[in-house]
Design a protein. Sequence first.
Length: 271
Amino acid sequence: MKKTIYFLLFLLLSPFAMLVAQDDTTVVAGHQVVTLGSDGRELSKGVADSLYAKEQYRSAADIYERLLADEGEAPAVYYNLGNAYYRLGMYAKAILNYERALLLAPSDEDVKTNLALAYSKTVDKYEDEGAMFYTRWFDGLKHAMSSDAWAWLAASSFIAFLLFLSLYIWGKRVLLKKVGFYCCLVCFLVSVVGNVCAFSQRSDILAEDHAVIMVPSITVKSTPSDGGTALFVIHEGYKVNVRDKSMKDWVEISISAEQSGWVPRSSLEII
């Protein structure tokens, strides 16, 4: 009988022993708290923010990095991580995380301002290539809200479209039919625009077609090998276009329509 009791206790307690031995995630008073291994430190955005306020930027950055690894992407965490790296003088890492925050929250003015400050600290000044006016107009519209906000707008507009369509079809008065028709048309157009903007933003996030140089300087080669012809040099913190990342150790990049080449994959990080 005693052996049976001991065996049952072992089965009940063994999961808790495993949780103590590993990194753990629990819920306390409705809030997620994650511990960092055996030292038992809590891992949360609030703790990292507190460390940042105390000018413990390295510790704050470590927690922000772990939060992103454990809980997924979040623009606020990327932004704060960028701030921590900026305070540490690690401008390439600051730019990388500001760019990732801007990708998820394209209308955030604080991110745009701090990103511009970080770029001002780099050797090579990044300048986006000019685009046609209609491309700039669409980008401005697309970035007015996040992809989630556009998706919600599209969904709610489509529901309104169906309601006004039913009013147009079954309305018994001419005035109601006119109201239903015009409102139905507007809601349909808003739904289409919302879907296009949400899809375009989502495609930008998944494209992984931009990167930031993370080494002090790198020589861009004509071919994906150390023996390739040296074309030009770019420095830490510069944002490049990614043209081909299918190779294991090399990535083809470009900084303009005329300037492109190959750099080691280890010299950059994809935004």
